[in-house]
Design a binder for this molecule. Sequence first.
Ligand SMILES: [Zn+2]
Length: 188
Amino acid sequence: MISPDKALNALKEGNTRFVKDEAHSPRQSSEYRKQQIADQKPFCAILTCSDSRLPVEILFDQGIGDIFVVRLAGNVASETAMESLDFAVHVLQTSLIVVMGHQNCGAVNAVINHLADEDLGEIASRIYPAIQGKKNMKEAVIANVEAQVKTVETHSLLQPELASGRLKICGAYYDFETGLVDFLSTNS
Ligand SMILES: [Zn+2]
């Protein structure tokens, strides 16, 4: 397995190629697809929103078998999302988890504007505490990412890997206009 830092660099480099219209992942051919049948070895896991405008493999210029993706509106670290990420880390040996929010997130917007309140469902209840007092949409999205990162990095099942440095968790923000993914600094 590659190190967490190398995994992060692979995402950064892929996003740079995407932004420059130089995407070239060779790992999308039918030949490559067939090589992936028996096993998967994704180099990272990403928890992100279901929004159709952030196709993960495309915006990081990655191919089949590269990224283990968990998608839920508002990129919330729900119990089932955590079970999926636990699988990525413990079974697939993934060394990096990225929690990625994005510009104009409909789920965050719904909570800000009280279209979805805390008692309306799990997604809203997981976003609600993070965005209290945030008026600006980008600020709220980033606060939500940070809150979900905290949920992931305090999850009991991941503590041994985090303590040993085998696993890193990182927040990120995707901008529709520029195509750029900003990786947020973390303590881990
Ligand atoms: Zn969204």
